[in-house]
Design a protein around this ligand. Sequence first.
Ligand SMILES: [Mg+2]
Length: 431
Amino acid sequence: MKLFALIDGNNFYCSCERVFQPQLQNKPLIVLSNNDGCAIARSEQAKALGVKMGHPWFQVKHLEKSAGLISLSANFALYGDMSNRMMSLASELGDSQEIYSIDECFLGLQGIPDVTQRAKDTRAKILQWIGIPTCIGIGASKTLAKLANHIAKDAERKPGSYPPRLAQVCNLVELTERQRMYLFGITDIGEIWGIGRRIGQQLKDAGIKTVKDFVELDPGTVRKRFSVTLERTWRELHGQSCIDLEEIPAPKKEIAYTRTFGQPVRDLVSLTEAVTEFTSRAAEKLRRQQSFASAILVFIHTSKHRAGPQYARSITVPLVRPASDTNSLLSAAIRGLRTIYKPGYDFIKAGVILMDLSTTTVQQIELDFGSSMSNKADQLMQAIDQINSQFGRGTIIYGSTGTGKKTWSMSQQRKTPSYTAKIRDIPIAVG
Ligand SMILES: [Mg+2]
């Protein structure tokens, strides 16, 4: 039998912030999206105040005064770095790992003894070494591991929802069939991994309200009335593992970099700066996955929510041949921008999308007609990427990024320092 674990960081962004500001423990805390728009992470105390996921900041701002709600701008450099640390400790639990999102990973546990105790030890180690509280679910399939994780989480934060001994670490494999069915009977169908809101509603309309109702269906009926995908979910819940770990993420088919500006931008110079930065960042990602782009799409638009004339345009600029160096991508992007730009508008958003990506191996055949230019460009890009990763993003920039104040940059008024990712932000103990 296969065995999987799912480790998930609790309220991850909030937990990252609390590691460096312990005074935020037990306080209602939210993290805001880019440009401080809406809540993208909430502490348990903030949830208790009724703040919803995606709640616009201006609608909950009054809670700052009345209930002590604290809000912070998203600090993705910090969260990404804390995630790497968490994932490397988490990997010690199993023999294989799939990083599923910034705060979640699956682990393969085949042949590993004492998994429950090991999971408890791993959880304690992550908490002690990096300060992030986690919950771990264990099951015979990825879908069951996900469900077990949900039980472990709710048992901890909602007393009375599930038996308290399942809090933090829940191993469904250790339970009897009767105990498992009891848990399935008190779990809403919507909690099943892969059952979205629409299918969940369809099932509920058909009287299938709990996980127990669902697993008691006949698999043939599930396939006929719903889909093969849902039948696969049914099998997974019966402990037949159908979804394997994906240890190596598939390379992206498109790479996008888009941002809403902190304030409207009118002039071509500022837009060029923004598009230069976006293209440089997208190109860096492109090279990291060793791909080449055949075209680049550039777009700019005004905001429908603002008064004044509206304008939205995009353009796809094909490249003479697939490229991954910032020079080629940038000259195409800027050419595109100049074509679509019109003066007299308040632009609020811009972006670039690298399209029609191919891999290096396919590319090399074409490169064989021996352009020493592209070799040199290659070396230059490698050098730039290495310097920027070693000394911090922006150490080497393209001139058209500009060096003055960026009117187009995001407004993030409540951002904490990058404690773990920037040398000048390392916390210093005083006293
Ligand atoms: Mg989480």
